[in-house]
Design a protein around this ligand. Structure first.
Ligand code: ZN
Length: 520
């Protein structure tokens, strides 16, 4: 099997993404997660003299990595200056990273309008810089910025840039669709031309952006044309519409195109790694993300669910276990007894016939009132547990009270008081919050934290409120959907009521209850 290597640039290109900010500690965790997944190169950024980068590269040098090589990122030398005289290149070769990735121009429009450098000098800048890094004992990757736009404009010159890097000793020339607007057929053709231009011994890589929503398709098209390294970020983090998403590219290369990328065991950690990285980067996991999303293998009950039960291949493009994801049959009022029982089985519960019939009835009645369990499988599992008779509540509520006070000066203060019984003992807690639900959450957790300290690890990641039956205005029924995470698992819960606080309370209690059910 032929190998394709992955090159992750979360720590450099990915940091351009909206809302991305990582501490040194978090960056190291990203590197370790990518290493465990089997990513071949991890780009750590430019090893500049700012204290944060100095610390990062210092600590990267101490990591013991199994699969990943650290790459430092920099630019080709400045115009009119010898490579050895360029302080940025000097810094680059002084870093602990065994690999350097140099970005340089390959589009004449940029030479004319942006950096104002003659064509011949640009070729010399590429060649000198690569040769300088090779001379310092580094492995060198050349990132041909705007290659596809350059190739469209003047294919001869764009390929001259690729050749200049290859001839100077770059082991890989990565073609970049920097503006992200190219389409797969063209990317395939241009990549084939570059593969031919460098000949054997030098690899071509691909680095695409998602501005035309083709970053994944473009990467795969390039590999079909002979590229053997794919640059991108797990989950597609990056500026504007993001980088090519390695979480989609990896399984496509390995399971659909037959390339050797990572081990089967590593591939089976893809879903948990992708979620962990979202957690580190403080991004909400996209439930609809291909391969790794919570809904990626979720089937609505009915014909699809029946088909999947008979043979999963009927309605699935691959076995979710191969990428570490789970199949999920969604609960909805279309569900019959058989579906309910198979869902119970999935949760490790056994429902007898009578209990299954009761669950179907309950489901219909709840859905009629506005519950929507497709988005809240954890609440549904709790419902099944109750019907199966194996549900042990975390606590018993005596009462809660929430007050919100707005003062003339505009200040708003919220306070919640809660009285509960946990394991036979009564607890009373008061907490302030930035809103009624927040105050209630804090008071409830404080009340039961003594018995259940793990509660502190549960994070509410998403809180969605939807008004049903809007014609009733402020008297309408409210549906609250809550997503929670403990860093490994994610689960969704639901609450429905005419009172928004009661609906939120219900979703909150389900979330905490679910976290404490024995895992199957
Ligand atoms: Zn990029």
């Amino acid at each position: 099997m032929e190998q394709v290597k992955l090159y992750d640039t979360t720590l450099r290109d990915g940091m351009g993404g909206h809302g991305m900010s990582l501490s040194v500690e978090e960056k190291l965790k990203v590197v370790q997660a990518l290493d465990a997944l089997g990513v071949h190169f991890v780009e750590a950024g430019f090893p500049s003299s700012n204290p944060k980068e100095v610390e990062l590269f210092g600590r990267l040098g101490e990591l013991e990595l199994q699969s990943s090589m650290i790459a430092a990122f920099g630019m080709t030398r400045r115009a009119g200056v010898a490579a050895a005289e360029d302080p940025a290149l000097e810094t680059l070769i002084g870093s602990v990273a065994p690999v350097v990735c140099l970005v340089g121009k390959s589009w004449k429009l940029h030479l004319e309008k942006v950096i104002r450098v003659p064509e011949a000098e640009n070729l010399a800048m590429i060649a000198d810089s690569i040769a300088f890094c090779r001379g310092a004992g580094k492995r060198a990757v050349f990132d041909a910025e705007h290659f596809f736009d350059g190739y469209r404009d003047d294919p001869t010159y764009a390929l001259d840039c690729v050749r200049a890097a290859a001839d100077a000793g770059a082991e890989n020339v990565t073609l970049c669709d920097t503006n992200g607007g190219s389409l797969p057929t063209f990317v395939g053709q241009a990549t084939a031309a570059a593969v031919e231009a460098v000949g054997d011994g030098v690899e071509i890589g691909i680095h695409t952006h998602n501005d035309a929503e083709c970053a994944v398709a473009n990467s795969l098209a390039a590999v079909e044309s002979g590229a053997r390294l794919v640059q991108g970020t797990v989950n597609g983090y990056g500026e504007r519409c993001g980088n090519a998403n390695l979480a989609s590219i990896l399984p496509a290369l390995q399971l659909k195109m037959g390339f050797d990328v990572v081990s089967a065991e590593q591939l089976a950690t893809l879903t948990s790694t992708a979620h962990y990285l979202d957690e580190l980067c403080n991004m909400a996991a996209d439930p609809d993300q291909p391969y790794v999303g919570r809904n990626a293998f979720a089937h609505k009950a009915g014909m699809h669910a029946a088909g999947v039960a008979a043979d999963a291949a009927t309605f699935e493009h691959l076995d979710p276990a191969e990428v570490g994801n789970d199949r999920e049959i969604l609960a909805s009022e279309l569900s019959g007894k058989a579906t309910i029982r198979s869902q119970a089985e999935q949760a490790g519960l056994s429902l007898d016939d009578e209990a299954a019939v009761r669950a179907v009835e309950l489901l219909k009645e709840r859905e009629h009132r506005g519950y929507h369990y497709e988005a809240a499988p954890a609440s549904f599992e709790l419902l099944l547990r109750q019907e199966a008779g194996i549900y042990a509540p975390l606590f018993k509520l005596e009462s809660f009270r929430v007050t919100t006070e707005k003062r003339a000066d505009g200040r708003v203060e919220t306070e919640a008081t809660i009285k509960v019984e946990v394991d036979g003992e009564r607890y009373v807690q008061v907490a302030e919050g930035n809103g009624p639900v927040n105050a209630l959450d804090k008071a409830l957790r404080a009340a039961i934290a003594g018995r259940h300290p793990h509660l502190a690890d549960i994070e509410l990641t998403n809180y969605k409120v939807r008004i049903l039956d809007e014609t009733h205005g402020t008297g309408a029924v409210t549906r609250v959907l809550l997503d929670s995470s403990d860093g490994e698992r994610e689960w969704g819960t639901i609450g429905v009521s005419e009172n928004i606080i009661e609906a939120s309370w219900e979703a909150l209690v389900d979330s905490l209850e679910y976290a404490f059910q024995p895992q199957t």
